[in-house]
Structure formats: structure tokens, C-alpha cells
Design a binder for this molecule. Structure first.
Ligand code: ADP
Length: 623
């Protein structure tokens, strides 16, 4: 019964079992052995065991292991190479048990063969993998090291050694992280690190703290000579620390260069006088420079992230919204001049340019640039005004030359006429009228002389005043009255002077103005009435007035405009009222050069009343 079980166990045993006699002749093999070696049972029974070994050396080693004569141990174990019937070789552990007879003599051996070729293969693969890993670690430029839970160096590659700088040559397995940091620090490897304790100790501690408490985020800091290192530590589940050290100098330099460029570009944007802004298509502010924010009375910080419409004045909201909503790819830059009137600020003309950046067909960003063109607009306005003024002056000049030549021709015609008459009378031998003709000739020549004199006078009064000063009109009037002394006395006139304002102007010209007006007031008197002239002033918030009023013959309101033109006289008869018709034209020119107005007050009926209005802001400050 027991035999039967033993037999079944032997047959069913999963590992090959070979039984040999003491001469190593095969006595028996189980099923597993036949399968392992690939022989039929009859091919092996009675054969020497050497047939199963891969080489004679393997067999010899086996024999050697078990020296039969003085073999103390009944069991030996060793690994040998065996050979199958098809010639293939495999490694196996042979556990050999000596079977001794009742007298102690050896009967033979039972060998249990355990195929370990798979394990060996696995081992080889593992060794290979390890070699590949080592080669790879050696080849990668990133420093790589593993520290165990006691912070002792377990693995590191060549790149790691390099980034350890002065600590590199001392690196060895088992070295602590603290030692590595300390040696590198003492070798001056960290330019940022403070020198001297206790700051040094603190710095080393902070580095160790980073090492011990990995955040999962890389830190970049300067090291060695102007280089940058990216430090990243990971803790593994089994308490090891993986240290990655990557030299990122090139990247950092590019980053720094980019940052420098960004700063330059930003400072350019901040310093140009233009208003620059970048927006999302729905007007969210991405960036505005200080000028832009300042224009809307705020700061860039307050604008970024908000809707542009929150900052533009009410009047501009709709046009702004429309501008953003209607940008088209094919349009390019859209520009518009806008006049901004803001409380407490000067009126400003801005040339707004809107440019949409397209990403395919979709607007990805809108750029808005505003340029202050107030100066140009004012210049343009000034040029337009000056052109109009020039046009007006040109017209006046044409009219002036027409009048002047006509009036100058009159005495010339007289002279020509009387010369002809003298000639005729001389030929006829009639000398009687010659003296009277000569008087006429002289009168015409004198008149011509006066006309030319007054014309010269008129033309020399400049339109623009060079010497602006504060002039009390009372001074100008007093001087004028002094100059008119003989005329006033001859006419036995009275000149009453009331309160007069002080205005900005040219003292000499203002005196001439007063002189012309007062002179006319005395000159155009009624023959039967004692001339009384009133000169007085008046002031409103923005205008100073000068009035000159007389009790003379007055002026027909129909000629209220005409009398201010050159050579326009209402009295042709020089024997009664002498004059050249220049006085009022000159007065008008003087008043206009003070940016004022002169007119005949047609509502006044007791004589003539001239009113001169001087605006208080007469532009003198800008000259
Ligand atoms: P003039 O006095 O040399 O004739 P003005 O240009 O001074 O030239 O005056 C133009 C004309 O206006 C005068 O000829 C005169 O007919 C009229 N006029 C000017 N001032 C007065 C005045 N105060 N009263 C009446 N008529 C005046």
C-alpha cells in the first residue's frame, strides 16, 4: 500500500526525478523527467547519467561535488547545465540525495532537477535593464539622484555630479544631502547664498527644508558662474527622495531676454504720447498704457479686466460699442477724429484708430490707438481763419485801390484840365484868367499832397500790434485833447471827459483813435451852436466801451457803414469841412487791431455818437 503511494508520488511529482545507481547508470525516471529531457524511457534506462549533462565539464563538476568515498553529507545541491534529446541546453538546480543500504554502503542517488533557466533569463533581463538604465542615466543631461529615507545618496548620474559643482568630486554613495549642500555652498557654488554664519546656516537649512518638503513645484535659482538650475524633488512612497537638477541656463537666458524685450516694449508703450489699449472683442480691457487710462481719468490697474464702456463718457458709449461691434477683417485700420469735451480739461481732438486682430475669421483682439491731434486741428483752424481773413483783406484791398485810384485821379484830372485851359488861353493870347487857373492848379496839387500824406499815414498803421500794454484810456484822451488844442480853441469847443476804463493795447494808436473821433466831433459842428463833446466809458463783464458824442450836424444813418471806408466823405465841399476821408478808416483799423468794433450809434439823434467796444480778452495775452 505504502509502496503504491510512494510510486504514485514519484510518478506524479511535478519536478523531474532521476534515480541512478552508484555507478551513475540510470535506473529510473519519472514522467516529469522524461518530459524535461524529451527522451523515451527506454532510451535512457541503463544509460550513464552523463548523457543528461550539457558538457563533460558539468558532469565532472557534479561527480566532483559528490566524492563517493568520503562523502559526509547525504544531500548536495548545485546548478549544472543539462542537455535535452534535441540538443538544447537548460540550467537547473540538482538536489541529489544519496540512498544508502542497510550496511551503510551507497546504493545510488535520487536526483531532483529544478529548471531555473527562466529565473536566470529573468535575472539576465534585469541585469540588462539595469545596464540600460545606467547608460541612459549617464547619457541624459538632467542631473538625477535618489536619496534614501535617511537622506543618503543611493543613485546618481554624471550630470548630477556636475551640477553639484565643488561637491561633485566628493560625491559617493551613502553621502548625505546635507553634506552635499554644505560642500557645494562652501565652494561658492551658490552666488545668491549669504556668506558667513548665522545667515549661512540659515540658508543651508532653507535648502534642506526644500529638499525635505518637496512641493511638487520646481524652483529655479542661480548657481555656479552665471548659470541657472532648476531644482525639483519628489518623495516616493517608500520614503526615498528623487532629486532632479536641470541646468536651465539657456532657457533662463531666453526667458530673461524675452522679459527684457517685454519690459522695453512696455516702457515704449508707456512712454509714447499716444493712448494705446488692447481689448477682447467684447471690450474687456487687456492692457492700457498710462496715457490711455489718464485720458479717461483713471489708472491702468483700475481698467484692466473691466469693460471699456465703464470708463468712456456717456456720450461716447454708443459710438464705442458700435466701433467694436463692426470691425471687419478686410477693413484694416479704421480711423476717426473725435473732439472730446471733458469737465475741467481742455478740449482735445483725438484721432482714434481701431485695428482688429483676426484669428481666421474671428476677431481675437481689438487694438485701439488714440493720438492727440489738438495742435494740428488748432493749426488747421488757424490756417482756415487766416485764409478767410486774408481773403477778406484782399477784397478790402481791391476795393481800397479802386477808391484810392479814383480819388487820386480827381485832383489829377483837375490839374490836366487847368493845364489845357492855360494852354488854350496862352495860344489865344488871353492872359486874364491865368492867375485863377494857377490857384486851382495849386489847390489840386495840395489836395493831392494831402491825400497822399493821409494814405501813407493809413498804410503805416499796422494791423498787428507789437507793444501790448495796459493803457488807461483817460491818458490817451488827455493826450489827444492836448494835440487838438488849437482846433478846440478856434471852435470854442468844450470837451467833457468822464470815467474811462484801462484796456490792454497800444498807447500811441489809442491816442490817434481818440484824436480822430474827438477831432471829427469838434469839426462837424453846427455853425450856430457851441460845440460840446462828451467822452466817457463803460464796462461790462467782457467788454470795455469808449463813447465819443457830440452836438454837431450828425450823420445820416444810411451812411453808418460807409463812413468807415477810405476816402468816404459826406461833405465834398472842402471850404466848409476840410478833410480827406481817412480819419474814420484809420480809427476802424486801430480798433480792429485791438480786436474791437467801432460803430456809429444810429439811435443817438442830438449829433453824432461813436461807440468803440474793446473785448476784455482781446487776444493780447496770446500774442
Ligand atoms: P474826414 O473827416 O477827413 O472827411 P473821416 O473819415 O474822418 O474823414 O469822416 C468821414 C465822413 O464822416 C466825414 O466826411 C463826415 O461826413 C462824416 N463824419 C465823421 N465824423 C462826424 C461827426 N462827428 N459828425 C458828423 N459827421 C461826421
Amino acid at each position: 500500500m505504502q509502496d503504491h503511494f510512494a510510486r504514485a508520488l514519484y510518478e506524479m511529482f511535478p519536478e523531474p526525478v532521476v534515480v541512478v545507481d552508484r555507478q551513475r547508470m540510470i535506473l529510473s525516471l519519472n514522467e516529469a523527467a522524461l518530459r524535461q529531457f524529451g527522451f523515451g524511457e527506454e532510451e535512457l534506462l541503463g544509460q550513464p547519467a552523463s548523457i543528461l549533462y550539457a558538457t563533460e565539464d558539468d558532469y565532472a563538476a557534479c561527480l566532483n561535488k559528490r566524492n563517493v568515498e568520503n562523502d559526509p553529507s547525504p544531500i548536495t545541491e548545485a546548478i549544472y547545465a543539462f542537455k535535452r534529446k534535441d540538443g538544447t541546453v537548460f540550467s537547473a538546480r540538482l538536489r541529489s540525495t544519496r540512498v544508502d543500504g542497510p550496511d551503510g554502503e551507497s546504493l545510488g542517488f535520487i536526483g531532483v532537477i529544478h529548471d531555473i533557466s527562466d529565473i536566470l533569463k529573468l535575472d539576465k533581463a534585469r541585469r540588462n535593464a539595469r545596464k540600460i538604465l545606467d547608460t541612459a542615466l549617464g547619457a541624459i543631461p538632467e542631473g538625477f539622484a535618489i536619496f534614501d529615507s535617511e537622506e543618503r545618496l543611493m543613485v546618481y548620474n554624471e550630470a548630477y555630479r556636475r551640477v553639484c559643482g565643488p561637491a561633485g568630486p566628493f560625491l559617493h554613495l551613502g553621502m548625505t544631502a546635507a553634506d552635499i549642500i554644505r560642500i557645494a555652498y562652501e565652494g561658492g557654488h551658490y552666488p545668491e547664498a549669504p556668506l558667513g554664519s548665522p545667515l549661512a546656516a540659515e540658508w543651508i537649512e532653507s535648502r534642506l527644508f526644500d529638499f525635505r518638503n518637496p512641493t511638487g513645484h520646481a524652483k529655479v535659482f542661480p548657481y555656479a558662474n552665471n548659470r541657472w538650475l532648476r531644482v525639483e524633488n519628489f518623495k516616493t512612497k517608500d520614503g526615498n527622495t528623487i532629486a532632479l537638477r536641470i541646468d536651465v541656463t539657456a532657457m533662463k537666458q531666453t526667458e530673461l531676454a524675452l522679459e527684457r524685450q517685454r519690459q522695453e516694449y512696455l516702457s515704449l508703450l508707456q512712454n509714447i504720447p499716444d493712448l494705446v489699449g488692447r481689448f477682447t472683442p467684447d471690450r474687456q480691457v487687456l492692457f492700457v498704457n498710462r496715457n490711455y487710462a489718464d485720458f479717461f481719468g483713471t489708472t491702468p490697474e483700475a481698467m484692466v479686466g473691466t469693460d471699456l464702456l465703464d470708463h468712456v463718457p456717456e456720450r461716447m458709449k454708443e459710438p464705442t460699442r458700435l466701433a467694436f461691434d463692426t470691425v471687419l477683417p478686410e477693413e484694416g485700420i479704421r480711423s476717426k477724429e473725435v473732439l472730446h469735451v471733458r469737465p475741467g480739461r481742455p478740449e482735445t481732438w483725438i484721432l482714434w484708430s481701431l485695428l482688429a486682430v483676426f484669428d481666421g475669421t474671428r476677431v481675437s483682439e481689438v487694438i485701439s490707438v488714440g493720438r492727440d491731434i489738438t495742435m494740428q486741428m488748432q493749426q488747421q483752424e488757424r490756417i482756415t481763419r487766416q485764409t478767410l481773413e486774408l481773403q477778406r483783406k484782399n477784397d478790402a484791398l481791391n476795393q481800397f485801390t479802386g477808391t484810392v485810384s479814383h480819388d487820386l485821379k480827381a485832383p489829377l484830372r483837375h490839374i490836366a484840365m487847368f493845364s489845357d485851359m492855360i494852354n488854350d488861353d496862352l495860344q489865344a493870347g488871353n492872359l486874364e484868367d491865368l492867375p485863377s487857373y494857377a490857384v486851382h492848379l495849386r489847390q489840386s496839387a495840395r489836395r493831392m499832397d494831402r491825400l497822399i500824406e493821409s494814405l501813407l499815414d493809413y498804410s503805416q498803421i499796422a494791423y498787428q500790434i507789437g507793444n501790448w500794454a495796459l493803457v488807461p484810456l483817460s491818458d490817451a484822451v488827455t493826450d489827444a485833447i492836448l494835440n487838438l488844442g488849437s482846433l478846440i480853441r478856434a471852435a470854442d469847443a468844450r470837451v467833457d471827459v468822464g470815467d474811462l476804463p484801462v484796456i490792454r493795447g497800444d498807447a500811441e494808436l489809442l491816442k490817434r483813435l481818440a484824436q480822430n473821433l474827438i477831432g471829427n466831433a469838434v469839426k462837424y459842428r453846427r455853425p450856430d451852436t457851441k460845440p460840446v463833446v462828451r467822452v466817457y466809458g463803460e464796462s461790462s463783464t467782457d467788454t470795455d466801451y469808449l463813447h465819443v458824442e457830440d452836438n454837431g450836424i450828425g450823420i445820416d444813418p444810411r451812411f453808418a457803414g460807409k463812413i468807415f471806408d477810405v476816402f468816404q466823405r459826406l461833405h465834398r465841399d472842402e471850404s466848409v469841412y476840410q478833410g480827406t476821408g481817412i480819419g474814420l478808416a484809420l480809427a476802424k483799423r486801430i480798433v480792429e487791431s485791438h480786436n474791437g468794433r467801432i460803430e456809429l450809434d444810429t439811435s443817438f439823434t442830438g449829433g453824432a455818437r461813436f461807440t468803440v467796444a474793446f473785448p476784455k480778452d482781446n487776444g493780447s495775452a496770446k500774442e
